[in-house]
Design a protein around this ligand. Structure first.
Ligand code: TRP
Ligand code: SF4
Length: 405
């Protein structure tokens, strides 16, 4: 099996439910673009997840998949740095989902907050389905099949990463103990050499007897440095520190995506359902109109009335887009009625349109050459599958499906 470093691996997905807007950019995509330089990243289109809520009307999913991929590329996700793929093109996710379903207590799924919340919120849909109950477990399969240690998500998804950790723990507990696990672990310790073996044993004891987290960290670091033990031995010894078996599916951690405070044109949070969005690569004339019509401090009725940026969504956009001098100019000019709201919006309009020009320029290459997009995704799917297959092979083995050849 190829070696994976879970701490270095990032995985995240997005449901294809329409064109992306600037709220997605500042919330998610800018973060992905940053992470792709720091980690080994896998980003995917969660089309099966979209079906759990849109099964009665799948057409919008189909039509937004490629647009979304182009939006990602436009925003600067780089196929040379990140692996981009489509969930349903890596059927290994489905097999792992099925296998994990065997060990998942119903109560765990029923207790995930989004299960009841979404059923309440999307009342017009019948979400009393098997697929929807399994939504978080499918997400667990997405994560665990790549042994990804870091999962960038918004606050609403943290409970899904949490249940993934519980599933991984349960899985490792059930299947991580090969017969003779202890002896194998002891033999692996001996291979580290006398000094390191002694250190490992004492750190393990400190963790098991006193719950010393620092000892746990040090022991893990020690294992990471070892050159002369095999991948299997290393995994075994990771598990052995904590008293348990081999870590087959590592527990991931949520990397909380900073909440995008981006307001829409009406001052509420930017969201498709409020109809207040500015698209990621929208026509510049359209963007100008939207910004000029954008809600301002309601108390500033006449040009001569002083305003309060703290009560104005335009200011929130300045806060994200503008440099310090411009921000100072807005603060002063607004409070003493030195500038009008249209003056205030102008530099913002320019900044947003300039950024979107970058997005549109990047997108154009792909729009004009869809085969380029398809081949990026073909390659991404292949790379993802190779990694997913490795994990699945190990999972099948420990679950007693080895005879399946
Ligand atoms: N449920 C996520 C959302 O709605 C999308 C998603 C699916 C995901 N699988 C994932 C995110 C795995 C992170 C990791 O935003
Ligand atoms: Fe808002 Fe700017 Fe008008 Fe002040 S001047 S109310 S910050 S748009």
């Amino acid at each position: 099996m190829s070696s994976v470093e879970p701490e270095q691996r990032v995985l995240s997905g997005m449901r294809p439910t329409g064109r992306l807007h600037l709220g997605h950019y500042h919330g998610v995509l800018a973060n992905w673009v940053k992470l792709q330089h720091e980690y080994e990243c896998f980003f995917f289109v969660a089309d099966w997840h979209a079906l759990t809520t849109h099964y009665d009307d799948p057409l919008p999913i189909e039509s937004s998949v490629w647009d979304m991929v182009i939006d990602w590329l436009a925003a600067g996700v780089n196929p040379g740095s990140a692996t981009m793929f489509i969930q349903s093109r890596v059927p290994e996710h489905a097999e792992l989902h099925l296998l994990l379903s065997m060990i998942t207590p119903l109560g765990w799924l029923e207790r995930v907050p989004s299960f009841k919340d979404q059923q309440e919120k999307l009342k017009e849909k019948d979400l009393a389905t098997y697929g929807f109950l399994g939504y978080p477990l499918l997400q667990s399969a997405d994560i665990l099949i790549y042994r990804a240690g870091r999962v960038p998500v918004g606050a609403d998804q943290v409970s899904h990463v949490e249940i993934t950790r519980e599933i991984a723990r349960r899985f490792n507990h059930l299947y991580g103990r090969d017969p003779g696990f202890e002896e194998q672990a002891e033999q692996a310790i001996a291979k580290m050499g006398k000094k390191n073996a002694k250190l490992y044993r004492s750190l393990r004891r400190r963790f098991l007897e006193q719950g010393d987290e620092e000892a746990l960290e040090t022991a893990r670091a020690l294992l990471k440095e070892q050159q002369n033990i095999s991948f299997g031995d290393r995994e075994r010894l990771y598990g052995y520190i904590e008293g348990g078996g081999k870590v087959i599916l590592p527990e991931p951690q949520a990397l909380l995506t900073p909440e995008a405070k981006l307001p829409g044109t009406d001052g509420q949070k930017m969201s498709k359902s409020y109809g207040n969005t500015i698209g990621l690569r929208e026509d510049p004339d359209e963007v100008s109109i939207k910004i000029r019509r954008m809600q301002t401090d309601p108390a500033r009725v006449r040009r001569t009335d002083p305003g309060d940026p703290d009560k104005c969504p335009v200011w929130q956009l300045h806060d994200i887009y503008s440099d310090e001098d411009t921000k100072e100019w807005v603060q002063q000019g607004c409070r003493n009625a030195g500038i009008g709201c249209l003056d205030c919006k102008k530099p913002l309009e320019d900044k947003i349109i300039a950024q979107q020009k970058e997005f549109r320029d990047r997108a154009r290459e792909y729009e004009n050459n869809p085969d380029l997009v398809y081949s990026i995704i073909d390659e991404g799917c292949e790379r993802a599958r190779a990694s997913a297959r490795d994990t699945l092979q190990e999972v099948r083995r420990v679950m007693g499906l080895e005879y399946r050849r």
